[in-house]
Design a binder for this molecule. Structure first.
Ligand code: IMP
Length: 499
């Protein structure tokens, strides 16, 4: 006879945290949200930690270098989806890593033989006020001078040559490629220019460091930087083409990879782990998942050597896996079971395995509950889909702005598979596990994420914790009744504005 578990499958919205003593030193400013990503020995430092416990989902509707850059600047990490060729996935990693905060590729360029009319057109098209003059008019050509649009007198004729408009190189202080941002900014201050061109030894232009960016960089103290000063980014892999895909990703120095699967409790995943470990050894950070039980966790950790484990089946906002296949588990129950298995493993071996709670987080409160329950970090799709920086486009529907958001298991997402015959497995296309939808547009990441972080810190303080580790260790929670849930929102009042 089949086995029926005693516990009911629960979701995050069924729990509330009970406040604990807030001591004087418990203030949001003192809260650290650092959280490990890869397994580590209890008495040593984690190999990789996030500065905020948030990663974006590996989905076509979301992942792109623009989001990856924005999230890494704020202390999280984006994951780049594998629903594309290994080459284009690697290209996204490269673009993200190439972005050097503060080092701006010149997008307004003109050749030395140009004139003011062309400068005016370039300024209008690009919105830039600094135009680089290079020998061939390209962004990486031999630098010959700079034109500052704000310094051009009105009424100058369009035919005026560039040579008479530009500030020539003998009057411009430059720095050589390889200089750190800190040093470039010190130089910029010393020479008091509007920007400092970063050039190769042969005089070709690499980038520009602007005064205004030097100021704004102070706003990103939590940036996730690798050993070479590039932003960190992660990539999803699958159990079909890792032999081709993993080398491409590692070539671009991806910071960690993980198997992206709705059901990771499988020998296919073990085969993938074994191959990668054999080829590249234990240093590569590889996550496994998704699982929803202690058995799944133990398999991925004890048999497959996973560095972290991703939890969640069927909870995603665009997910219909439970409906279509009858598999899954309430995200809170799944997480509790896996966290208990993790803690047991820790007490047996002294090795801590980080856990990622993936999908189904409908609001900021649920992020907080997931972390209180022992998730080390959360992965979100809908949250990021609704932001300006996500990969999908905006729509105006009846006066309101939305962004497209579709599941990786939807037929829309599966179109990419046309590129590879080897992935045209019959069962992949017979039914869908995700839907094609819209989400309300919420704005830019830098407007939305700080609010989430502020709420998290405020709750931690109420629960007497200033680190995520103490937060989950000391958290006291209660399950809530239907009526408590209803009263959690506003009650018996007529709202003036929609929340
Ligand atoms: P969300 O944050 O609730 O939108 O969930 C995002 C998560 O849903 C992803 O990180 C995936 O684990 C999962 N997911 C993505 N696409 C699908 C799908 O088509 N079906 C089921 N789950 C999906």
């Amino acid at each position: 006879m089949s086995k029926i578990l005693d516990d009911v499958s629960r979701t995050f919205s069924e729990f509330l945290l009970i406040p604990q003593l807030t001591k004087q030193e418990h203030i949001p400013r003192h809260v650290s949200l650092r959280s490990p990503v890869a397994k580590f020995k209890e008495d040593s430092q984690p190999r990789l930690s996030l500065n905020i416990p948030i990663v974006s989902a590996a989905m076509q509707a979301i992942a792109c270098p623009r989001l990856a850059i924005a999230l890494a600047m704020h202390g999280g990490i984006s994951t780049i989806h594998c629903s594309q060729s290994p080459q284009s996935q690697a290209e996204m990693i490269r673009t993200t890593k190439k972005y050097k905060a503060g080092f701006v590729k010149s997008s307004a360029n003109i050749s030395y033989s140009g004139n003011l009319g062309e400068v005016r057109r370039i300024v209008a098209q690009t919105g830039r006020k600094t135009v680089a003059v290079t020998a061939d008019g390209s962004s990486n050509g031999l630098l010959q001078g700079l034109i500052f649009a704000g310094d051009i007198w009105p009424g100058e004729p369009d035919g005026k040559p560039v040579s008479e408009l530009m500030v020539s190189m003998d009057k411009i202080k430059t720095a050589t490629v390889g200089i750190s941002l800190d040093k470039a900014i010190i130089l910029l201050r010393a020479c008091n220019q509007k920007c400092i061109p970063i050039v190769y030894e042969n005089g070709h232009l690499d980038s520009l460091v602007f005064r205004r960016d030097a100021f704004s960089l102070n706003e990103f103290p939590l940036q996730m930087l690798d050993g070479e000063g590039s932003l960190m980014v992660s990539a999803a892999i699958n159990t079909h083409d890792y032999i081709e895909r993993v080398p491409c990703l590692l070539h671009e120095k991806v910071d960690f990879i993980f198997f992206d699967s709705s059901d990771g409790y499988s020998e296919f995943q073990k085969r993938g782990f074994d191959w990668i470990r054999k080829q590249y050894g234990p240093d590569i950070i590889i996550g496994g998942g998704n699982v929803v039980s202690a058995e799944g966790f133990n398999y991925l950790v004890r048999e497959c050597d996973a560095d972290f484990v991703k939890v969640g089946i069927g909870g995603g906002s665009i997910c219909i896996t439970r409906e279509q296949k009858g598999i899954g588990r309430g995200q809170a129950s799944a997480l509790i079971d896996v966290v208990n298995a993790r803690n047991k493993y820790l007490s047996e071996t002294g090795i801590y395995i980080p856990i990622c709670s993936d999908g189904g987080l409908a609001n900021d409160t649920q992020i907080i509950i997931a972390l209180a329950m022992g998730a080390d970090f959360v992965m979100m799709g809908r949250y990021f889909a609704s932001l300006e920086e996500s990969a999908s486009i905006k729509y105006n529907i009846r006066g309101k702005t939305y962004k497209a958001y579709w599941g990786e298991g939807s037929s829309r997402a599966k179109h990419w598979q046309r590129y590879s015959d080897s992935l045209q497995e019959k069962n992949i296309t017979q039914f869908e596990e995700g839907v094609d939808a819209y989400v309300p547009y919420y704005g830019w990441l830098h407007e939305v994420l700080p609010i989430t972080i502020a709420k998290l810190k405020s709750t931690m303080v109420s629960c007497g914790a200033i680190t995520l580790q103490t937060f989950s260790k000391e958290a006291v929670m209660t399950t809530i009744s239907q009526q408590t849930f209803i009263e959690g929102g506003t009650s018996n009042v007529l709202l003036k504005d929609e929340p």
